[in-house]
Design a protein around this ligand. Structure first.
Ligand code: NDP
Length: 387
């Protein structure tokens, strides 16, 4: 039976992996909406290939290019923040939420409020608005399927089991490209080095987040919202091979781990087919060729991001939204060669120290906190030593 799907963030890395799975199972899917920010030509190309009904750019200034690229295709084109939410609210069997950053929050919320099934890759939405998003899920009767590889692994390890029987959840982290460096060497790493992840091929923002370990910190907060086992029972361990994607330990000390190739098409396929399974075009895992799986403790002296995230979620209120916004600004500045790598987490900490806001109660509150924290983070950038 054909199922309908919308992909928010179709021109990104998760978007491309999702579309590749659809390409290999073309008859199973009918594409409704595909969205991007401003990659109009790329969006038009995939919209034509997958015969989407509608293509939307978040940046309205790019709508002219999109219309031109879609000319004669019969595909509807739209642009702007409101159009993104309207596209996300169209009824479909599956929505893949893969916009990067807090920019994905409102469209993800629109899909949730429609009561749909959402494969959630956009972790920043959950970090910034965890409680609000979760209560919208409950109210609308929506289904959230974790797409992040670690959370998808935990979801799979929990299947058929009672979460009350869980003693501990362990998120695995590759450690990123700088895992073996010392404090001195870390000060002078470049943007190009940070963008070379040892195991995963991902968008620029999450690749830098992996290098600072902020990605694992954000995932810690994400895990807290998805799997209510208590903050003290969520742990992080470095596993440089990225084969074990995470683990669940039960009361009897039995540990279930999910393994697979380091390719996002695996967790995405698990969401697309849920609760069934589907074929993927990937080579099977060859453990004999991999040979060794190793594990080591995190080093929070050198990579403080996981500590900062833990403190932010413990503090609660607006802190996670402030943290996320500050990190987005700091990563953007690092990618523009404006600050040193080690300043990223410092800017986040400085912003958290300078900016406090009341507990957000609505989506609009979260967006206001996000906007305020961005201003403070930019101040923190200006007042600090540039490279
Ligand atoms: P990419 O940077 O590769 O893609 C981001 C997508 O979001 C693009 O389609 C981009 O459009 C769109 N976008 C960016 N900004 C906006 C905006 N302001 N409004 C509307 N759309 C926007 O990111 P990834 O695919 O790597 O990551 C997407 C999400 O999935 C992130 O939250 C990330 O943390 C999460 N994730 C990613 C993984 C991966 O392997 N890549 C693994 C696990 C989670 P345009 O092309 O026009 O800029």
């Amino acid at each position: 039976m054909t199922r309908s799907i919308s992909i928010l963030g179709a021109t990104g890395s998760i978007g491309a992996s999702t579309l590749d799975l659809i390409r290999h199972n073309r008859g199973d899917w009918q594409v409704e909406a595909l969205t991007a920010n401003c990659s109009a030509k790329k969006l038009a190309a995939v919209a034509r290939e997958f015969e989407a009904r509608i293509a939307v750019v978040g940046d309205v200034a790019c709508l002219g290019d999109l219309r031109e690229a879609l000319d004669g295709s019969g595909i509807e084109a739209a642009g702007g923040a409101q159009a993104l939410c309207e596209a996300a609210a169209q009824p479909v069997d599956m929505t893949v939420a893969a916009i990067v950053g807090c920019a994905g929050l409102a469209p993800t919320m629109a899909a949730v409020e429609r009561g749909g099934t959402i494969a959630l890759a956009n972790k920043e939405a959950l970090v910034s608005a965890g409680e609000i998003l979760k209560s919208a899920v409950t109210q609308a009767g929506a289904t959230l399927l974790p797409t992040d590889s670690e959370h998808n692994a935990i979801f799979q390890c929990l299947a058929g089991n009672d979460i009350a029987q869980v003693r501990k959840i362990t998120l695995t982290a590759s450690g990123g490209p700088f895992r073996t460096l010392d404090a001195e060497a870390l000060k002078s790493v470049t943007r190009e080095q940070a963008l070379k992840h040892p195991n995963w091929d991902m968008g620029a923002k999450i690749t830098v987040d992996s290098a600072t370990m902020m990605n694992k910190g954000l995932e810690f907060i994400e895990a807290h919202h998805l799997f209510p086992v208590g903050l003290d029972n969520i742990k992080i361990i470095v596993h440089p091979q990225s084969i074990v994607h995470s683990m669940v330990e039960y009361r009897d000390r039995s540990v279930l781990a999910q393994m697979g190739p380091s390719d996002m098409r695996v967790p995405i396929a698990s969401c697309l087919a849920w609760p069934e399974r589907m074929e993927t075009p990937l080579e099977p895992l060859d453990l004999a060729a991999i040979g060794t799986l190793t594990f080591e403790a995190t080093n929070e002296e050198l990579f403080p991001a996981t500590r900062i995230c833990r403190e932010a979620i413990e503090a609660g209120g607006a802190a996670p939204a402030v943290l996320n916004a500050a990190n987005e600004i700091a990563v953007e500045a690092f990618l523009a060669d404006r600050i040193a790598f080690t300043r990223i987490t410092a800017v986040v900490e400085e912003t958290l120290a300078r900016y406090s806001a009341p507990q957000p109660a609505t989506l609009e509150d979260v967006l206001a906190v996000d906007a305020g924290a961005r201003i403070r983070a930019r101040d923190a950038l200006e007042s600090s030593t540039f490279v």
